[in-house]
Design a protein around this ligand. Sequence first.
Ligand SMILES: CC1=C(CCC(=O)O)c2cc3nc(cc4[nH]c(cc5[nH]c(cc1n2)c(C)c5CCC(=O)O)c(CCC(=O)O)c4C)C(CCC(=O)O)=C3C
Ligand SMILES: [Fe+2]
Length: 349
Amino acid sequence: MSAAYDAVLLLSFGGPEAPDEVRPFLENVTRGRNVPPERLDAVEEHYQHFGGVSPINELNRRLVADLSWALRESGRELPVYFGNRNWHPYAEDAVTEMAQDGVRRALVFATSAYGGYSACRQYHEDIARAREAAIARTGSAPDLVKLRHFYDHPLFIASVADGVRAAAEGLEDPRLVFTAHSIPVSADRTAGPPEEGGHRYSRQMAEAARLVADAVGATEHDLVWQSRSGPPQIPWLEPDIVDHLDDLHDRGVGAAVVSPVGFVSDHLEVVWDLDNEAAEHAGKLGMGFARAASAGSDPRFVEMVVELVAEQVDGAPVRELGTAPRAGVGCNGALCHPGCCEPAKRPGS
Ligand SMILES: CC1=C(CCC(=O)O)c2cc3nc(cc4[nH]c(cc5[nH]c(cc1n2)c(C)c5CCC(=O)O)c(CCC(=O)O)c4C)C(CCC(=O)O)=C3C
Ligand SMILES: [Fe+2]
């Protein structure tokens, strides 16, 4: 059976676009999260290096335009709306606008390929919160069906792989290193449905890294982590990319290609933590370094979204390369599975 859909919502993380937006954005991201103020000060400085402007919203606006066009090419007239978790345009405002425009039922493409609390469940929460706001303001809200995880979609893997190939040109025998956002070890332990034994986030990440490594013919690769926040006494996934570069250097590795497989766009944590911090550290070590473009820089990424829409609308075949469990679909904020992807327990909460 194919349900009728009349729109698509691009749901993302959000980022500031002016200097005075940085602090309130960071406060939104970390509300109730017990992130030390020193960490927030440091991250604020990263944003201010770029005039307080994160590239993420602009990249997403481009994705909206490209996706509208690609959907039309594929024979679907679906308007594409844009809303964020942490900054303007907020998901609440986008869904209110959808209700006012008479949208009844829409698909939601969230800009994370993976499971886990921050990468999946929190987007379900965003959907539920945005619908409540729309109902409070207009008396109704569209049904919102979130699309699945796509960590192993062949077009996602091919896009990341091409970024790796391009970045590796000009480096002598580089080590292939993948990065993803670190999360608390406890959040990885509860990622996925309880029966599965946890670690869905890191397992999907490991599988995506392996698939890309296979695609480029690399015999060896590493998966490491970046952008850790949280107080130091709480364990997060390790090693960090910067420490890993030290380790590679100690082992005699002369160059690294770093692919941010855990993200879909070259947003601020990619350009700061990799292009500045990690690149500078590699320079000090005398190591060759190149950062590969993320999947969203490749036109096949948009094609993939069109395929995910076709899966949901027409029951088109699911294209997948991996074997790690995958979920992500839910209507109006319903979890993928009862009890899946519990957030990390916050000390004192
Ligand atoms: C898994 C994951 C993804 C990938 C999935 C997805 O893409 O959704 C992701 C994406 C992103 N994270 C981003 C930025 C930030 N994340 C932070 C903090 C945190 N992220 C976490 C996890 C993730 N984050 C966690 C567990 C925290 C600790 C606080 C908490 O428990 O929630 C903080 C606070 C300061 C700090 O860094 O400590 C910032 C500024 C940006 C936007 C960059 C830009 O502006 O261009 C993006 C795309
Ligand atoms: Fe984050």
